[in-house]
Design a protein around this ligand. Structure first.
Ligand code: PLP
Length: 370
């Protein structure tokens, strides 16, 4: 098995756009492929660096090198974002205490609820209650952060909370799916673990489900990384090489996609703020996600989703296509999320087409109200 991910381009050598294009490629030799191979194998001939494909695969290695460099650490690819989150939560002892925002992505929310049901404790603070987070750190075995929160788009003061956690020796995890490493690199702020739903912006084309964890390169990071690697190997939530290859291909265009989607999100947030059928716009000031509370009830918000033709009514985010959804349609969504909230993931279509479609859908539903 060839375990050489190729030239070790560092994000400090070039701009991030160039790094994303050039990193994780095979060594440049005459006749060499420009892309890593998709290695479809369950096992390897004995006495090599890896003996079984639940432990390692060269296609993973190429992706992990690129993402690790992007976050400034060492990455592991997992079967899904939830696989990565489960691995990170395994760092907490079964009867331990997790400090977390009082509203998170609903999968994380459900996992934390299950953790409580099996004897753990979860301390919850509002995302913007920085003083509360600092107060509770003393009682926590791990602090879990997600900023902006999905879907309320509340921003946590990551530098302050992560800095304090590091100072007090409390391990910290940041779900960096929404900002991506282009906007935020939590390891540089003191985080111990970064988790990603690679399914979203990193892969970017709504064609794979994958996750990743990233840890620092110092001794502490390496020790945590070994625990996460062991969790992946023993619990077996491993990624298929083809999916990882597709995610790596998606990463090549992350900067372009995210820049375009973010510019459109900012413009849509500005226009929606003046829309007669929008009660509130929730936009963190950067990134490609926003949420709106429509001026109507849950049924009206659902009708807006059904009335769009360009925006895709679906439950994911971070793809090239714009997507929208009323989050409270899911019974597991935290109750702090309003019934009339629509989460918008802005894609790379032309912003005027996105605006026309959304504006028309909002106006149609508004006009049809009894
Ligand atoms: N984290 C965030 C912020 C998410 O939005 C999601 C999925 O929507 C996940 C984690 C879970 O990722 P996956 O669906 O890849 O398991």
């Amino acid at each position: 098995m060839s375990d050489d991910p190729g030239p070790h381009l560092s994000p400090t050598d070039v701009h991030v756009d160039s790094y994303l294009v050039g990193a994780g490629r095979p060594a440049r030799q005459p006749g060499a492929s420009v892309n890593p191979a998709v290695e479809l194998t369950s096992t390897y001939a004995a006495d090599g660096p890896v003996n079984y494909a639940r432990v390692g695969n060269p296609t993973w290695t190429a992706f992990e090198e690129v993402l690790g460099g992007l976050e400034g650490g060492r990455a592991l690819v997992h079967a899904s974002g939830m696989g990565a989150i489960s691995a990170a939560l395994s760092l907490v002892p079964p009867a331990g205490t997790v400090l977390a925002p009082d509203q998170t992505y609903n999968g994380t929310w459900d996992l934390l609820t299950a953790f409580e049901a099996s004897g753990g404790t979860v301390l919850r603070r509002h995302a913007t209650d920085t003083a509360g987070f600092l107060d509770d750190l003393a009682r926590a075995d791990l602090v879990w952060l997600e900023s902006p929160t999905n879907p309320l788009m509340d921003v946590i003061d990551l530098p302050v909370v992560l800095g304090a956690a590091r100072e007090r020796g409390v391990p910290s995890v940041v779900d960096n799916t929404l900002p991506t490493p282009l906007l935020c690199r939590p390891l540089t702020l003191g985080a111990d673990v970064v988790v990603h739903s690679v399914t979203k912006y990193l892969a970017g084309h709504s064609d794979v489900v994958l996750g990743a964890t990233v840890v620092g390169t110092d001794a502490r990071g390496q020790a945590i990384g070994e625990r996460l690697r062991l969790h992946r190997t023993l619990h077996g939530a491993i990624a298929g090489p083809l999916e990882v290859y597709l995610a790596l291909r998606g990463l090549r265009t992350l900067a372009l996609r995210f820049e375009r989607a973010s510019a459109s999100a900012a413009e849509l947030a500005r226009r929606l703020a003046d829309h007669a059928f929008v009660e509130r716009v929730r936009y963190p000031g950067s990134g490609a996600m926003l949420a709106i509370d429509v001026a109507g009830d849950a049924a009206a918000a659902e009708r807006v989703c059904a009335a769009t033709t360009l925006w895709l009514h679906s439950t994911s985010l971070g793809g090239v296509e714009s997507q929208l959804e009323r989050r409270r349609r899911h019974p597991s969504e935290p109750l702090g999320v309003p019934e009339n909230l629509l989460r918008l993931s802005v894609g790379i279509e032309h912003v005027e087409d996105l605006w026309r479609d959304l504006d028309r859908a909002l106006c149609e539903v508004s006009a049809s109200r009894p």
